[in-house]
Design a protein around this ligand. Structure first.
Ligand code: UP5
Ligand code: MG
Length: 209
């Protein structure tokens, strides 16, 4: 993708940090396209005829990172679909309207170094990384509470513990890597949903101009 045509913001943070919640709010307010890597993987897992269904299921339950080829392909396809639906809309509106850059919020990706490097090289480098920070104890409470109704196979104490471990050992190095590039904006996501959104809006203001 041409960086002139797409703006990518990665939204990272531990399990239950509020990535999905905040992205949904930003879509409402600013018209971003929200792509959750986890949601795309769960949809692929449930898609009839998918050759990856069983594999994805096992990785998610164990809190492990699905091999990047699968996830990057799903993200690329979803980005392409969003771009072409936008091109269609613009054509209908006026043949001469310049198409503004499509803004993507990519939630829960990259969470392993190989994914980060591959995506930056072969898809599109991000402009900004929002990092939602929240104490593990709060995350655990949120996820156990959500687990009562979410139906997610990984919202149980055993899987949550594994997800925390993967986050610290495998995903934190990705945040450090982007921090060295000066792209990371830290957001305290232990605050209320409204407060977190307000802080994010301050954080993204420089690239929204
Ligand atoms: N909540 C949210 N914000 C709150 C606030 N400020 N105050 C109080 N409550 C708040 O929120 C979680 C819960 O907390 C909700 O009930 C919410 O109401 C409440 P949510 O917005 O869902 O948080 P989120 O960060 O999105 O949590 P999620 O569980 O989705 O995070 P994970 O990173 O664990 O899950 P994800 O779907 O991204 O990944 C799942 C698995 O997929 C991974 O473990 C991995 O196995 C696999 N995966 C890959 O292999 N590769 C990838 O690239 C991505 C995923
Ligand atoms: Mg989520």
């Amino acid at each position: 993708f041409d960086p002139k045509e797409v703006t990518v913001i990665f939204v990272l943070g531990g399990p239950g940090a509020g990535k999905g919640t905040q992205c949904a709010r930003l879509v409402e307010k600013h018209g971003f396209v929200h792509l959750s890597a986890g949601d795309l993987l769960r949809a692929e897992q449930d898609r009839e005829g998918s050759e990856f269904g069983e594999m994805i299921k096992t990785y998610i339950k164990e809190g492990q990172i699905v091999p990047m080829e699968v996830t990057i392909k799903l993200l690329e396809n979803a980005m392409r679909a969003a771009m072409s639906s936008q091109a269609g809309e613009a054509k209908e509106a006026s043949a001469t309207t310049a198409i503004p850059a499509r803004r993507f919020l990519i939630d829960g990706f990259p969470r392993q170094m190989d994914q980060a490097i591959k995506f930056d090289e072969s898809v599109c480098p991000s402009k900004l990384v929002l990092f939602l920070v929240c104490p593990e104890e709060t995350l655990l409470q949120r996820l156990l509470e959500r687990g009562k109704t979410s139906g997610r196979a990984d919202d149980n104490r055993e899987s949550i513990t594994k997800r925390f471990r993967t986050f610290v050992e495998t995903s934190m190095p990705v945040v450090d890597y982007y921090r060295q590039q000066g792209k990371v904006v830290d957001i305290d996501s232990s605050k209320t949903i409204e407060e977190v959104t307000a802080d994010i809006e301050k954080g993204i203001a420089p690239i929204m101009a």
